[in-house]
Design a protein around this ligand. Structure first.
Ligand code: FAD
Ligand code: DHB
Length: 394
C-alpha cells in the first residue's frame, strides 16, 4: 500500500487529522489496533474548548455537536459551605461545550468511512520503519493475520500514550518531563438527570469530587481515590455516598441513578519533546498526558492536529517545509500552557494524602487559592481563559 500520510491510531487525533487532510485533497491510511466497536465505546473526556468546537465545525463534524452539545458559560468551584460560580463569558468572552469524546469519535468515524477512508482495524505489531529517511513505512499484521506495509510520505503518530510511535524516536533525541500524582479519579457514567446546570469541581477533606454530564438524562461524576485503589472496592452505594458527602451544600441534593460504566484512571503530567523525528510527527496523547482536572487532554489532541494538518498540507501541496519545521515548537507552546493549567487545577483541588507531613499547610493553601480565584476578577479571568482555551489562539 502507498499513501501520502500514514496515521497510526484512530482516536480523536488520528481521525481528525485524516478528516482535515481529506478536506484538502490529501490521502491517508489509518492503522488502529482495536476494533471500531471498541474505539466508539471508550468513555473518556467531555468538555470541548471554544476553539476546538470551531475546528470541529470547520472540519465538517460540528452538526451534531451544535445540536446535542451543551454550551456552558461558567463553572462552579466548591469547598465545604461554599459554592461559587466563575462566569467565562464575563471573564474572557468564550464558553465551553459539553459533548462526549465517544460522540466526537463516532461523528469522525462516520464521515471518514462514508468518504472511503481506509482504516485497518484490529491491526497488531504496528511499527514505524525509516522515520528518519525520505521513505517512512508503517508495518503491521492485519486482522486476517497477513503482514502489511504502508509506504508513506509522512507518518503521524496518533496512537496514544501506550502506542508504538513515541518509542520509535531514539531516547538520545527525546526528553521527557513528568509528574505522577499520588491520587487517581474514579469516574462513573450514570443514567440520571444532572443535579446541576454547570460543572461542579469540589474540594473536600475526604478528597476531590466532580459533577459533569453528557445530556439532560446522563450524568458523569468523578471521585478522588488512591492510585492503587481497585474499582471492586467501590459499590454503587459507596460511590454515591462519597459523591453526596463531598459535594454536599445546604439546600442542594445530588440525585443518584443506575451506573452505566465505572473505572479508575491514574493521573500524571507527561511531556515528551520534540514532537517530530524526521518524517514522524507525534500528536495528542502519543506525545503528552495531562491529569484530567481542567479537561485538557482531548482539546490538546485537537489543537495538535489542527497545526499538523496545516503543516503537512503546506509541505505536500506547496513543497514548503516552514510549518512542519516549526510544528513541534508551535504545538508545545499550547501543550506547556495546558500542562501548567492542569497541574495547577489538580494541585488546588485534590486533598493531599494524610501521610504528607505538609498536609495541613497544603489544605489551607488550597482553600485560600479557591477563595481568591472565585473572588478576584483578575484571578477568575486567568482560570476562565485557560479553561475555555482562550489563552492561546488555535
Ligand atoms: P487516544 O484517544 O488514546 O487514541 C489513540 C488510538 O491509538 C487508540 O484508538 C488506540 O487504540 C490506538 N493505538 C494504540 N496503540 C496502537 C498501536 N500500537 N497501533 C495502532 N493503534 C494503536 N481527557 C479529558 O480531557 N477528560 C477526561 O475525563 C479524560 N478521561 C480519560 C480517561 C482515560 C481512561 C484516558 C486513557 C484518557 C482520558 N482523557 C481525558 C484524555 C483524553 O481522552 C485523551 O487526551 C484523548 O483521547 C487523546 O486522543 P488521542 O487520539 O491522542 O489518543
Ligand atoms: C469531564 C472530564 C474532565 O476531566 C473535566 O475536567 C471535566 C469534565 C467530563 O468527562 O465530562
Amino acid at each position: 500500500m502507498r499513501t501520502q500520510v500514514g496515521i497510526v491510531g484512530s482516536g480523536p487525533s488520528g481521525l481528525l487529522l485524516a478528516q482535515i487532510l481529506a478536506q484538502q485533497g490529501i490521502e491517508s491510511i489509518i492503522v488502529e489496533n482495536r476494533s471500531r466497536e471498541y474505539v466508539e465505546a471508550r468513555v473518556r473526556a467531555g468538555v470541548i474548548e471554544h476553539g476546538a468546537v470551531d475546528v470541529l465545525t470547520r472540519a465538517g463534524v460540528g452538526d451534531r455537536l451544535h445540536r446535542e452539545g451543551l454550551r456552558h458559560d461558567g463553572v462552579h468551584l466548591q469547598w465545604p459551605g461554599e459554592r461559587r460560580r466563575i462566569d467565562f463569558v464575563d471573564a474572557c468572552g468564550q464558553s465551553v461545550w459539553v459533548y462526549g469524546q465517544t460522540e466526537i469519535t463516532k461523528d469522525l468515524i462516520n464521515i471518514r468511512v462514508s468518504d472511503g477512508q481506509q482504516i485497518h482495524w484490529e491491526a497488531s505489531d504496528t511499527a514505524i520503519v525509516g522515520a528518519d529517511t525520505d521513505h517512512p513505512q508503517i508495518t503491521f499484521v492485519d486482522v486476517d493475520g497477513k503482514p502489511q506495509t504502508v509506504e508513506c510520505d509522512y507518518v503521524a503518530g496518533c496512537d496514544g500514550f501506550h502506542g508504538a510511535s513515541r518509542p520509535t524516536i531514539p531516547e538520545s533525541v527525546r526528553s521527557v518531563a513528568q509528574r505522577v500524582y499520588p491520587f487517581a479519579w474514579l469516574g462513573i457514567l450514570a443514567e440520571v438527570a444532572p443535579s446541576t446546570d454547570e460543572l461542579i469541581y469540589a474540594w473536600h477533606p475526604d478528597g476531590f469530587a466532580m459533577h459533569s454530564m453528557r445530556s439532560d438524562k446522563v450524568s458523569r461524576l468523578y471521585l478522588q481515590v488512591a492510585p492503587d485503589d481497585d474499582i471492586a472496592n467501590w459499590s454503587d452505594d459507596r460511590i454515591w455516598d462519597g459523591l453526596s458527602t463531598r459535594m454536599a451544600l445546604d439546600g442542594w441534593t445530588l440525585q443518584s441513578g443506575p451506573t452505566l460504566e465505572k473505572s479508575i484512571t491514574p493521573m500524571r503530567s507527561f511531556v515528551s519533546s520534540p514532537m517530530r523525528w524526521g518524517r514522524l510527527f507525534l500528536a495528542g496523547d502519543a506525545s503528552h498526558i495531562v491529569p484530567p482536572t481542567g479537561a485538557k487532554g482531548l482539546n490538546l489532541a485537537i489543537a495538535d492536529v489542527t497545526k499538523l494538518g496545516a503543516a503537512l498540507a503546506m509541505a505536500i501541496q506547496q513543497g514548503k517545509v516552514d510549518l512542519i519545521d516549526s510544528y513541534s515548537d508551535d504545538a508545545l507552546r499550547r501543550v506547556w500552557q495546558s500542562t501548567h493549567f492542569s497541574w495547577w487545577m489538580t494541585s488546588m483541588l485534590h486533598t493531599p494524602p494524610s501521610a504528607d507531613p505538609d498536609a495541613a499547610f497544603l489544605r489551607q493553601m488550597q482553600i485560600t487559592q479557591l477563595d481568591y480565584v472565585t473572588s478576584s476578577t483578575a484571578a477568575a479571568a486567568g482560570l476562565a481563559e485557560n479553561y475555555t482555551g482562550a489563552v492561546l489562539p488555535y
